[in-house]
Design a protein around this ligand. Structure first.
Ligand code: ADP
Ligand code: ZN
Ligand code: ZN
Length: 833
């Protein structure tokens, strides 16, 4: 076939099909139609936004007559920079995602929908000018309105048909002006109604004030746990407290309600020079020197910085950025697991680099996010600090990428595209010739293996800054403790689980007496993990998921942590009618209660998903800890990350075994990381510190290694367990999850998919990919969907990628019942549950 005349391009659309689509570029748009440009194209009967991937290969164009034209190019400059576009292509290829969906993830929300285009009438049609019917309609519509009008509104009012050719014609003859705008920035100040509670230090006083008003007490304690203040609408609409209850608190003078300004971005006001500027220690200096040398070479490579907790990794990051940004005039990306949980780290970057830092956090409005994106794109801001998606920042001339706490699983996105920001960081740094620095006290075994193999350069900070010792860790054997407590209490005593061992109680008491602070970790929310009938053994289960429901005492509700299903807490067994119910498996709520009863005068704060629903509630709670307004901070893994409070001299792990037995190959690694990280919060100041780990598995190698602060031994032992059956880092993994509304159809579809893959491996003689399964997923029903999965393993990323891609592009469920079957392909999964 002769090469078709004109220019054709492949356009990536944010739609599920695993491909791009070919369009013709009208001559008038040729100059703007470059790769990365945002374009409007006809698709089916609608218009859609997409991005130009590349000029089409003439061989793929087919019948040029049938190829539709692009309707418009929407921005002056391409909206995706060439470097980010290359990165997106890599992600689309590696993680098996449509390129359009990857690009949509990479851009701020406002740039991915058409609500950003506005039209304005700029003149009157000259008499006798013959306009088409649709052109006349548009002119009439615009004439009836004031000022610029959103194209989205035009569609709403005049019908969702193909408008852009009309708009372009009117633009050409000078009747209409087209403007592209970012989404509106929210007004700077908004207010909200906030209920603030006052401190009620003693339990006795509480008992007196609330006597028989249990709901009032619940409301009070809920707000208390949320950091002392909460939105009134949130309390009423989401937590179910009535205005009568809230007003009663005000009447009793234990709370007040006021209009408060919505807390603005707490980083906006951080001034340069707010934090002390340290001189690097010799150990830091040598690490910094290695990194700086690397930045001056053509291919700086990837470095793994293993620095124990408190070794001063942040200062290394800062000095690296000083070199790259200040001396070399380049730009840098810093990834942190979650902004709200790491206010101190973020604050240190702001303190040193001030206005040159953009902090991308989840509480930004679309408009604010878009503004930050633009200021990064223009080079006005030189550094971005943010969670996962900040890896897509449109920074020109990138010099360094830092991934702090590189082992964190939150770097992996749970929905498509299922990318891992740490791996993407390594790829982006390589593409752009930047240095990549991965930092952690407990590196992921993947990165550790890469360092051992010489793919990454290992840098180490084996000691804490200033020769501060690592805190001693003591193991409390929960089995022995339970026996002891049982024997010493009378037979009539309640035989509940051990929450606080005597040792831990004594240690906490000493801290309170000395005005020092304690952190208590329990990685399980709610009050009780599950509810069981003592008579018939029934366990309350979620109707949508195959998991037990968690009992939340304050709200008197059973909740599913997977699908958020809620029901009132039961008074009797639904199966046998018995009222003898037991609430098993201690959660944070119960720990809080026990701690409050044991230390009635202590000031306690709890931080977990249930107490931090407000945008900045983490910030508020951590601020109170920093100002020493809290004696005991307790919570889930949220409190284990990066916090640096010198007055914390005691850390207690309530139960180290939570999670260690989950049917997931990373369960042990996670447990070790969590224990090490939380232990690392203790003894950061001159007063030193100590750690108690309560466990029923005192001889488990993860517990033993954490006790010795011995990452290397842990890694060796854990790697042994990954050899057979083979798991990462010894092999590459793809988890294929097939889900559906009906159990049988799901099983059939998964079996068919597995057989298809087996047939493919057989017929193509692929020997280096193995198939395991299909089998039901460990949690075989979530949100009403049955789940089956199978694993593909290979030592060769390329082959594994090809096989997975072949499956993704070619296999479709066939049975008539298959309409609701969904297939998820998760490459390098962080969990298999
Ligand atoms: P890590 O992230 O490795 O756990 P941090 O970066 O939080 O450790 O540093 C621990 C503490 O040591 C912080 O309070 C930090 O301000 C302090 N620090 C870091 N480097 C130095 C230094 N060279 N001199 C004095 N204090 C330092
Ligand atoms: Zn029962
Ligand atoms: Zn559920």
């Amino acid at each position: 076939m002769p090469c078709p005349p004109g220019l054709y391009v492949d356009v990536a659309l944010p739609l599920p099909p695993p491909r791009t689509f070919t369009y013709r570029v009208p001559d008038a748009l040729r100059a703007q139609a470059r790769p990365g440009a945002r374009v409007l194209v006809p698709f089916g009967s609608r218009e859609r936004i997409g991005w130009i991937d590349r000029v089409s290969d003439p061989a793929t164009i087919g019948d040029p007559e049938k190829v539709k034209p692009i309707l418009g190019v929407l921005d002056g400059a391409p909206s995706v920079t060439p470097a980010v576009l290359r990165l997106c292509r890599w992600i689309a290829g590696y993680y098996l995602s449509p390129l359009g969906q990857v690009i949509r993830t990479a851009l701020p929300a406002g740039l991915t929908d058409s609500s950003t285009d506005y039209l304005q009438l700029t003149g009157d049609p000259a008499p006798g000018r013959d306009l088409g019917q649709q052109e006349l309609k548009l002119v009439e519509w615009l004439r009836g309105r004031d000022g610029p009008q959103a194209v989205a509104r035009l569609r709403r009012e005049m019908g969702d048909r193909v408008w852009w050719p009309t708009i372009r014609r009117l633009e050409e003859i000078g009747l209409v002006r087209v403007m592209t705008e970012g989404p509106r920035v929210e007004p700077p100040v908004r207010t909200r109604r906030v209920l603030r509670v006052r401190e009620l230090p003693s339990l006795l006083e509480r008992d007196r004030i609330f006597a028989r008003a249990a709901r009032q007490r619940e409301a009070f304690e809920t707000v208390e746990a949320m950091g002392g203040a909460a939105d009134v609408p949130h309390l009423v609409n989401e937590l179910g407290f009535t205005y009568t209850i809230l007003n009663a608190l005000v009447k009793k003078e234990v709370a007040d309600i006021a209009e408060e300004e919505v807390s603005r971005d707490p980083y906006a006001g951080v001034e340069a020079g707010a934090a002390p500027q340290h001189r690097p220690t010799p150990a830091q200096t040598s690490v910094i020197r290695r990194l700086v040398e690397a930045t001056r070479t053509e291919k700086p490579g990837t470095f793994l910085l293993r620095g124990v907790t408190g070794s001063g990794k942040t200062l290394v990051y800062i000095e690296l950025l000083r070199e790259v940004v200040e001396r070399q005039g380049k730009t840098a990306i810093v990834l942190v697991p979650e902004i709200a949980l790491t206010p101190q780290t973020v604050g240190r970057f702001k303190a040193v680099f001030g206005d040159r830092v953009a902090v991308l956090h989840s509480a930004l409005s679309d408009g604010e996010r878009y503004d930050e994106w633009r200021s990064l794109r223009s080079g006005e801001k030189r550094i971005v600090v943010g969670a996962r998606s900040a890896i897509f920042a449109p920074l020109p001339d990138l010099g360094a990428i830092v991934v702090d706490e590189e082992h964190e699983s939150s770097y992996k996105q749970g929905e498509a595209p299922r990318y891992h920001a740490r791996e993407v960081a390594v790829v982006r740094a390589t593409i752009e010739g930047a240095v990549c620095l991965l930092g952690s006290a407990t590196p992921s075994l993947e990165s550790w293996a890469n360092a051992q193999a010489g793919k990454y350069t290992l840098l180490e900070l084996p000691e804490r800054v200033g020769g501060q010792p690592m805190p001693p860790i003591r193991i409390v054997d929960l089995r022995a403790e339970r026996k002891r407590q049982r024997d010493s209490s009378g037979p009539m005593q309640d035989r509940g689980p051990v929450i606080l061992s005597d040792l831990l109680v004594t240690a906490i008491g000493q801290r309170i007496a000395r005005g020092e602070q304690t952190i208590l970790l329990l990685n399980r929310r709610g009050y009780a993990n599950f509810v069981q009938c003592r008579e018939c053994g029934m366990v309350w289960q979620c109707p949508n998921c195959n998991v037990s429901l968690t009992y939340h005492r304050r709200r008197a509700r059973l909740t599913c942590h997977y699908c958020l299903h809620e029901e009132p807490s039961p008074g009797h067994c639904a199966a046998c009618g018995s009222k003898d119910l037991s609430f098993k498996g201690v959660g944070t709520e119960q720990v809080e209660r026990t701690v409050a009863e044991t230390f009635p005068s202590a000031r306690i704060a709890r931080m977990d998903v249930d107490t931090t629903s407000g945008k900045w509630s983490h910030h508020e709670i951590l601020g109170r800890v920093e100002r020493r307004e809290v004696d005991i901070l307790m919570g889930t893994q949220m409190i284990a990350k990066g916090l640096d409070f010198p007055n914390v001299t005691l850390v207690g792990v309530i139960n180290a075994d939570v999670g260690i037995n989950l049917p997931d190959f990373r369960a042990t690694e996670r447990t070790f990381q969590l224990m090490t990280q939380v232990a690392g919060r203790a003894g950061r100041g001159p007063k030193g510190g100590e750690v108690f780990i309560q466990t029923a598995l005192p001889t488990h190698y993860a517990v033993a290694a954490a006790t010795e602060h011995d990452f290397v031994t842990f890694a060796e032992k854990e790697l042994e367990t990954r050899r057979e059956p083979r798991y990462p880092p010894f092999t590459r993994l793809v988890n294929v999850v097939v889900s559906g509304l009906e159990e049988e159809a799901t099983q059939e579809a998964a079996t068919a998919a597995g057989e298809w893959v087996a047939g493919l491996l057989e017929s193509r003689r692929v020997r280096d990919v193995t198939l395991t399964g299909p089998a039901p997923s460990p949690i075989d029903r979530i949100r009403g969907r049955w789940r089956w999965h199978f694993l593909l393993r290979s030592d060769h990323a390329d082959t594994l990628g090809k096989v997975s891609r072949f499956f993704w592009e070619r296999w479709h469920p066939r049975s008539p019942k298959a309409a609701d079957i969904r297939v998820i392909i998760d490459r390098d999964p962080v969990q298999l549950l």
